[in-house]
Design a binder for this molecule. Structure first.
Ligand code: CMX
Length: 426
């Protein structure tokens, strides 16, 4: 048995040496060039930062520390956190120690709950989640250690401490948001017999007679944890933490990006899309009706949520894991059947339209559908569930970045006048 901190303490010196060696021998080698189109186009495809927790292959999807997602999809989110940080899965005793550690840190101070109660009930759950983390910042060990003059090489340690606190409290905080925002505001205490994700669904308090919702939350919180570091949420957190802003500020920054409809909010949009179809056809449409509906959507200048991806050029393996889960847990649910029909019809429509580079479904095509089918009927809340999970990856990435002393992010921007001059335009 080992603690996460002791495993990291052992691995970090070699990791530092490895990077030092690469920089000394190859620091001047070119890994990417940037075109004018990329500079105007969201820096798509520009290789300009390092992320060792995971990588997204366009052809196969997420690979975590060299392991294809499908091979670790059935692990717990706690195991995922350990894997992202150390490159290994914990043994049973080490996992138990991490879970005990998270349990011991899980209480959210009363003033934070009061702050959540003080905002209007029309506030978006993402705004409440981000605000809740900022309220927790008061306890940051990064901030107090920095103020008392910590050495640069020690920075990863309070980042780990804050991350453990933050990750321990985030399910409690987010379940409280659910109960305050949608139910009677009475909070459910955590159950000491349950683990991190099981406690999250337990504290939300949605009736779950089959246990399927708890199982879905375990899968969901595992699958969404990390997706390398260029995506909006991870990148925002990374940039924020590069200024030695502590994990509360940095994860809050990431959550604010996750709240956008082209990123984390897509699962909410996707569910709405599914519900609007069931509503329009008073149940499941036939394939031709669905095709017409998809064209109507595209012709109105809207995207089909849940399809396409900025990086992936294959079916998202997270979608595949959700599909397998749904096939066992709720195959007869009209929403699941519709998602299945969309999988058969939509790629053909998008191909015919000829714009999307990837016409296959992404994870959002199913995550909201399953969450709704298993009893969480408030689509606006779904991105907050995503946030609980994505915080795992954001924290892992910033701990490692501090361990190897990645400096403050500061790419160079240029003006349109500079571009014109550079390419020789008058
Ligand atoms: N429906 C309709 N049009 C789509 C489309 C979709 N599902 N996916 C891409 N397109 C369009 C784009 O809007 C773009 O159109 P314009 O040229 O008119 O601007 C064109 O196809 C090319 O886009 P792309 O290079 O294939 O995709 P981008 O990298 O620009 O965008 C994404 C990626 C995810 C924003 C886009 O596919 C989309 O809007 N999908 C629907 C929303 C969604 O499912 N988001 C979840 C993403 C999951 C994640 O972040 O992990």
């Amino acid at each position: 048995m080992a603690s996460l901190k002791s495993v990291l303490s052992e691995k970090i010196p070699a990791y530092r040496e490895e990077i030092k060696g690469i920089l000394a021998a190859h620091g001047d080698k070119v890994i990417s060039e940037v075109t004018v189109a990329q500079a105007y186009g969201g820096m798509r495809g520009v290789k300009a930062q390092i992320c060792d927790t995971s990588t997204v292959s366009p052809e196969t999807g997420l690979i975590v520390r060299g392991i294809p997602l499908a091979d670790v999809a059935d692990r717990s989110p706690e195991e995922m956190f350990w894997l992202l940080l150390t490159g290994e899965l914990p043994d049973a005793a080490s996992l138990k120690e991490l879970q005990d550690e998270l349990a011991a840190r899980s209480e959210v101070p009363g003033y934070v709950i009061e702050a959540l109660r003080a905002v209007p009930r029309t506030s978006h759950p993402m705004a409440m989640q981000s605000m809740g983390l900022l309220a927790l910042e008061e306890g940051s060990k990064v901030r107090s250690r920095y103020d008392s003059g910590m050495r640069k090489e020690e920075r990863w340690e309070p980042y780990l401490e804050d991350s453990l606190d933050l990750l321990a409290k985030l399910p409690t905080l987010t379940a409280a948001i659910y109960r305050i925002r949608y139910l009677d505001g009475e909070l459910i205490p955590r159950d000491p017999r349950k683990d991190w994700s099981a406690n999250f669904s337990h504290m939300m308090g949605v009736p779950d007679p089959t246990g399927n919702l708890a199982n879905l939350m375990r899968l969901y919180l595992n699958l969404h944890a990390d997706h390398e570091s260029g995506n909006v949420s991870a990148n925002l957190a990374h940039v924020c933490a590069s200024a030695i802003s502590d994990p509360y500020y940095s994860v809050s920054a990431g959550l604010n990006g996750l709240a956008g409809p082209l990123h984390g909010l897509a699962n909410q949009e996707c569910l709405k899309f599914h519900l609007s179809i069931l509503d329009r056809f008073n149940g499941l449409p036939n394939p031709d009706q669905l095709k017409d509906y998809a064209w109507e959507t595209l012709n109105a200048g809207r995207v089909i949520p849940g399809f396409g991806h900025a990086v992936l050029r294959c079916t998202d393996p997270r979608y595949v894991a959700c599909y397998e889960f749904g096939r066992k847990a709720c195959p007869e649910e009209p929403l699941f059947k519709l998602a299945d029909l969309m999988y058969q019809v939509i790629p053909g429509v998008l191909k015919e339209q000829g714009k999307a580079k990837n016409t296959a479904p992404n994870v959002d095509a199913l995550s909201g559908v399953l969450t709704y089918a298993l009893g969480v009927r408030q689509p606006q809340f779904y991105t907050a569930i995503f946030g609980v999970s994505r915080a795992i990856g954001m924290c892992a990435q910033m701990i490692l970045a501090r361990a190897v002393g990645i400096p403050i992010t500061r790419p160079k921007s240029v003006t349109t006048a500079w571009i014109k001059d550079h390419v020789g335009m008058k």
